[in-house]
Design a protein around this ligand. Sequence first.
Ligand code: AIR
Length: 392
Amino acid sequence: MAAPVISVVGGGQLARMMAPAAAELGVHLRVLVEDPASSAAQVVVDAPVGVASDEEALRALVVGADVLTFEHEHVPNELLRELVASGTPVHPGPDALVQAQDKIVMRRRIAELGAPCPRWLELPREESDARVALDGFIADGGGGDVVVKTSRGGYDGKGVRVVGSADAVSDWFAAVTAGGPTLLVEEKVPFTRELAVLVARRPSGEARTWPVVESVQRDGVCSEVVAPAPDLTTDEADRARAVALSIAEGLGVTGVLAVEMFEVRTSPDAEPTLVVNELAMRPHNSGHWTIDGAVTSQFEQHLRAVLDLPLGDTSAVAPWTVMANVLGSALDDVTDALPAVLAAFPDARVNLYGKQVRPGRKLGHVNVSGSDLDEVRRRAVAAAAMLRGDQP
Ligand code: AIR
C-alpha cells in the first residue's frame, strides 16, 4: 500500500506546522496555498496554488487523497458537501464544520447540547428591526456594553466589536443590507480569565483532550498560553474537559477541536463557572504549546485523527509550558533576531512561520518548559519580545 495522502485547504502557519508531523509519520501532505510564497508552501513540496472557494482547485486537490482537511474555516460548505457526495472523506465533515463557520448555527446547536453559553440573540437582517433588537438586548442586560459579532468570516478579533449602542455597528448593518453575513449579539461576559480545551476525535469515536490551558489575549489576539492553566481545581478541569468532549461528540467533530471558554468567578471562594466562547475545528493557537510540551502535538494528533489512526498520549512532558506569540516585529525579518535569541535562551523552542512582517501579524511563537512557572513565563515572553525587535 502507498503512504496515506492528506490534503489540506489553506497554506498558513497551521498547515506549515503539520509538515514535520507528516514527515515523521511518513504521511504525504498536500496543501492548497493561496500564494506560492505562503508559510506552508515554503516547507511542503506538494503545494498547488488556489483559493478555498475554487471548486476546480478543490477537486484537483483531492485526487488520490485519503482525506481532505483544513487549516482555516473559510471553505464553502456546499463545495465540501459535493466532495463528500462524490466519495472523498472530509474531516471535519461539512455538518460539523458549519458550526465553526457560522456563530449563530454554533450557538443554537451547543445550547441544545447543554453547553454553557452567554446570553445571546440573532439580530434580524432588516436594519430598523436589528437596531430595536440590539437596543432591547442592551437594555435587558442593564445598559452596559455587549459584544456584536458577524456570524461568518471573522477570526483573531476580526468580526467582533464591543459596543454600547446600535450606532456603533451602523457600518455592519449596512454590510448586512448589502448581502453580508447576519449579526449576533452576546452579553459581555465578566470573565476572570480565558481557558481553552483542545480535543482530538477520530471518525470511529475515540477522543482525547490535552490539559486545560489558560490563554492570554491582547487586542482580541492570543499573546500567551500557559499549560496547564494555573490554579485550576481538578473539578474545574474535569468540567471544562467534559464540556469540550460533549461538544466534539455532539457535533460529530473529527480532527482537532479547540473550545475557548471564559472562566467566571462570582466571589473568591465560589466555584468558578465556565462559558463557551468560540470553537475552532482545526489545530489552534492555544495548542502550539503541545509541539514541545506534550507527548503528542496537536498537529500530529490532527493527522492521526483525520486518518482514523489511534490517537497519541496527550500528557504534558513538563510541569509547565508557556507559549508566547510573536505578533508583528520591528525587524525587517524575524530571523534577524535568531543569533541573539538562540544565544540568550538556549532552552527556548523557537518556531518561525516564514511570514512577511506586518503589524500585529502572527509571525512565530516560542515555547519554554520547566518547573518554575514564573521563570518559564519570563523566558518565553522575553524570547518572543526579542523576535519582535523590542528594545530591552
Ligand atoms: N489561522 C487560521 N484561522 C485563524 C488563524 N490564525 C492561521 C492559518 C491561516 C493563517 O492564520 O494558518 O492560513 C493566516 O495568517 P495571515 O497572517 O496570513 O492572516
